[in-house]
Each structure stands twice: as C-alpha cells, then as structure tokens.
Design a binder for this molecule. Sequence first.
Ligand SMILES: Cc1ncc(COP(=O)(O)O)c(C=O)c1O
Length: 376
Amino acid sequence: MSKWKIPMYKVLVDDYDVIYSSRVIKRGMSWAIGPEIEEFESRLAKYVGTEYCIAFNSGTSAQHAALLALGIKQQHRVIVPSFTFISTANSVLMVNAKPVFADIEEESYGLDPVSVEKSITTNTKAIMPIHYAGGACKIDEIYDIAKRRHIPLIEDAAESLGAKTGKRMVGSYGEMAVFSFAGNKVLTTGEGGAIVTNSKKLYDKLKLIRSHGRQETENYFQSNLKPDYISVGYNWRMSSITAALGLSQFKKLGKMISMRQKNAKYLSSKLRDMGIAVPQENTFEHVYQLYSVRLKSKRLRDGLMNYLTKNGIMSKIYFEPVHKALLYRKLGYSKQKLPVTNKVSEQILSLPMYPTMKQSDLNLIVDTVGKFMKRN
Ligand SMILES: Cc1ncc(COP(=O)(O)O)c(C=O)c1O
C-alpha cells in the first residue's frame, strides 16, 4: 500500500473500530443522523470541557461554519497565521472576508500575541490562531487580547485534541474551537470535524448551517412532520458510521496520546544531541499529532528530507507559508512581511509520528538522521 518503509502516519485500529462501525452498517438504518452523532458530540464536549459540540464532515466545513455563525462577511477581517494548513485562511475567503496574516513565535510556532495585537483594526471581526502539531499556542495571552478588544476568538485546534495548557484543555478558550478528524489526526474517523462552544446561541446557528437551515424538532429521516427551512444552510453533516468510528477511537484516545508522547520523547532524546531543535513543551502538554524538528538552515533541511526519502522514510514540510501559495500571491499577499513564518517554514521538517511505531522504526529514523548530520 505504501512505498515508504516508514510512512508519516498509521492509524491504531482495534476490534472496537470494527464492532462499532459494523453495528451501524448491519442495522441497515440510520446511516445518517443516527444516535452515534449525539453520543460522539457529548463525548467530545465532555472531554474538552465545553457545554456543546456539533459534529461536521470535515475540519474545513467546521471552520467555514464557525465564521458564518459569527456573521463574518465582506469588509470584515480575520487574523490568522500563514504558518498553517491552507483551510485556516481559505475559510475566511469562503465567507468573502479578508484574511490578515500575523506572524508566529518560535516556541510553539503559533501566533505571536504581539503581532496579533498589531494586526487589529476596527474591521477585525475574529482572531483564529492554530495550535500547531498537537501543541498549544500562546492561547492565554491571545485570549486576553481578544477579550480586551472585544473580538471573538476561534481556536483552530484541528491538530491538538487532548493538548493541555496548565490545567485547561486546548479548545476550551475560544467562543468556538474547531477540531479535525482527518486521516492523520490524533483521533481520526477518516474524514470529519467538530466545533465545541459554550454558547447556546452559536450552537443553534451552527445546527442550521450544518443541515440546510432546517428547523428540526425530530430526526428528519425518521419523521413525517413537515420541517421549516429558515436560513441558507449546507449539508455538512457527519455520517453515523463516521461517528461510530469516532466513539471507538475515543475509547483509546488516552492510550494513543501516551504512545505518541513516548515515541516523541525517545526521538527528542536522540535528535537533541545532533544539533537539531526538537519540539518544545515547556508550557503545555503536547500530544504530537506531528513530530516537527527544526534544522539550522534551509539547505540542511532540504538535504535531510532528500536523504530520508532515499532511505524510504517519509518526512514532510508542515507548513509552507499560506501567503506564498499561488492563490494568495494572486490576491496580493506576496509582499507580506512575516519574517518568523518565513524562517520557520524554511527550517521545519515533520518526521513520521504515530502510536504504533516500533522501536526498530524509531531506531531507523535516529540512525538515518544521525548519518546525514554527521556528513553535513
Ligand atoms: C491547522 C488545521 N486547520 C484545519 C484543518 C482542516 O481539517 P480537515 O482536513 O478535516 O478539513 C487541518 C487539517 O487538515 C489543520 O491542520
């Protein structure tokens, strides 16, 4: 299936995944809007510590919905990082608003609070920081800025389910937080997403946005009552089979995070001595959705990536700056000054990271990186 000796990620699968999803399949009913959706939502809300959760079919549709729920539209600006997956900025374009890129800091690779504050104008209608790679950005400081300036905060926590700052869970700070359950995430359902919030008002809006603007009193597929349609909505619902996988994956979330942390600890203990900057976790508990290291130069980073590829070990650049993508160059962002984003993007490299890595996989990565670093 894979051309790689060690791919970037593999999913931890057990009998529960098969039992839970096949239970939905075998019942031959309610593959859509089944009870698993609400069960998954309440499991997730409880885990993060929020009142409400609403499941989506992807992190991207969840981001789009979050901005729609806040009423963000033309003329409005949303502060986002450029060091992120493209959908963070694209979701702002999807509602015809303007992404404003702030720079990042070098500890967590999240938005720099100083740059965020500088980027605020009267048209700023939301701040959407990301928690990078399973870590946590300087969310306490960004939360304070958002509160003081009365600007809604949406946490893009797509990569960081389970990460903690002090005693608080990532995803429990913002008006809303978005999670992704895409194939490479800490908890995956293949594709999927969710929003958590403490606001009943936002929750009600998000339900309408998710499902055709349909005001439902009963399960649409199980009821012959006539619902009314009260606003424009999409079909961004998660399927019941997907939610069942979410529930079975949840059963082992703690274990999967510990396995990632153990693997990361081992890699860091070896790579640190080779002149490679390993992920920092001084101020938060990292769940290592990615294991990203930093080399001293672009030349070294590109060289290491090529060497790993030749040796069958996948590595990948998370992330190239969004403002340098063709779409954003065409939109006039190419002259944007984001020195830290540019520098980090040139030096960062994500190595394979998943719960079921064998000791021999970890050793092969360490030995191969070691050989390259010795020669360079
Ligand atoms: C930071 C970030 N935001 C948003 C997303 C989008 O999530 P999805 O792929 O589920 O649409 C991802 C993941 O792919 C991501 O890493």
